[in-house]
Design a protein around this ligand. Structure first.
Ligand SMILES: NC(=O)c1ccc[n+]([C@@H]2O[C@H](COP(=O)([O-])OP(=O)(O)OC[C@H]3O[C@@H](n4cnc5c(N)ncnc54)[C@H](O)[C@@H]3O)[C@@H](O)[C@H]2O)c1
Length: 326
């Protein structure tokens, strides 16, 4: 019997992220109850998911061992919060990114769920200390921050509240792994978590290089898409250093450590992202990709198609290497 058999997960908020979570958990065989405080919204989400599951099945991109009809049968929509959380062992909140709204959602949840249920938030930017401040028992609270779209980009950042117990981190990590996500654990809370801090550092230096007249908007994006990003899709900065010197990381640091330190000390101040510089960078980018819906949709579709292909390539490769090592 699979560990998901009959177990219930509730999704609170059925927007972009709530719907994606529902699909991810259903692919792992969980019963998923979807709740939204806008009447009828959760039912609309199920209709939308039905369409997406059908398309994924057609494109042979459906995750999990069950077919689209079986996965759809695991979903239910609810307009009543108490009914939605009944029997759930894990609650994934995915409402608007608004501290007050999230705080009141978790306060309401605490009085409705079983004492062992894990309370998890999808927040991108809010700290656990703030999100869970109105919850009495914060030992079972956690942030599970997905990357959009979670169906193809599997990273989930698990961020504990200072009072979160280790078993809650472990159970959430095991759940995310079981449904095919790639969870990582932060040992303590920090503004921006890990992903957005690294992303902010990349944005800041890219912005400064364009603002200071060193490089064009088009070419700085190529630095990532045709350079760093090619390997960052499958190895991170630490492994990159390890592989880029004949004898590994220690050797790399001996060869390049001083150079990296020198470059780092030449970085400019935090960009303001406003004024003439912003106007000029926005103008340059919009000449390449106009910001009307038609052009943006075409580029988003291209991004999602390529992400899908990349996810497929990584899965095929991992399955292939597992077979070889068996
Ligand atoms: N969109 C992204 O790229 C992304 C990525 C990672 C994390 N997140 C986080 O996920 C969360 C949801 O983002 P989204 O993009 O899905 O938003 P969204 O606007 O698409 O959906 C939010 C949904 O929550 C519902 N809602 C609002 N208040 C509610 C309440 N009190 N109770 C129940 N439902 C309520 C809304 O009706 C709506 O359906 C946010 O915290 C966001 O920061 C978003």
């Amino acid at each position: 019997m699979s560990s998901s058999n009959g177990k219930i997960i509730t999704i609170i908020g059925s927007g972009l992220i709530g719907r994606s979570w529902a699909m991810v958990f259903a692919s792992g065989g969980y019963r998923v109850k979807i709740y939204d405080n806008q009447p009828g919204q959760a039912a609309k989400a199920v209709t939308e998911i039905r369409k997406q599951l059908g398309e994924l099945e057609e494109a042979r991109m459906l995750r999990g061992e069950r077919d689209a009809t079986q996965q759809l049968a695991l979903l239910s929509s609810h307009d009543d919060l108490a009914q939605a959380v009944e029997g759930a062992f894990f609650i994934q909140e995915s409402v608007f990114e608004d501290l007050g709204v999230k705080q009141s959602v978790f306060q309401a949840l605490e009085s409705l769920v079983g004492k062992d249920a894990i309370l998890s938030s999808s927040t991108s930017c809010l700290l656990p200390s703030n999100v869970f401040s109105l919850v009495q028992d914060r030992s079972r609270c956690i942030i599970s921050h997905p990357v959009n779209p979670p169906y193809y980009v599997k990273l989930v950042e698990l961020v504990p509240h200072p009072e979160t117990v280790a078993t809650v981190m472990d159970t959430t990590h095991a759940l995310m792994t079981q449904v095919g996500q790639a969870p990582i654990c932060l040992k303590k809370e920090i503004d921006g978590f890990a992903l957005n801090r690294v992303q902010a550092a990349i944005i800041a230096e890219s912005w400064r290089l364009v603002q200071d007249g060193v490089i064009s908007v088009k070419d700085i994006d190529l630095v990532m898409s045709e350079g760093l990003g090619m390997r960052y899709a499958f190895i991170g900065p630490m492994e990159t250093m390890h592989l880029n010197a004949p004898e590994g990381l220690e050797d790399y640091l001996k060869r390049y450590g001083e150079g990296i330190r020198r470059v780092l000390t030449s970085f400019g101040p935090v960009p303001q992202f406003t004024g003439e510089a912003a106007k000029s960078i926005i103008g340059e980018l919009c000449e390449l990709i106009p910001s009307d819906q038609q052009h943006l949709s075409v580029r988003r579709e291209r991004r999602d198609q390529l992400l899908m292909g990349l996810a497929q390539l990584k899965t095929q490769h991992d399955t292939g290497s597992q077979k070889t090592s068996d």
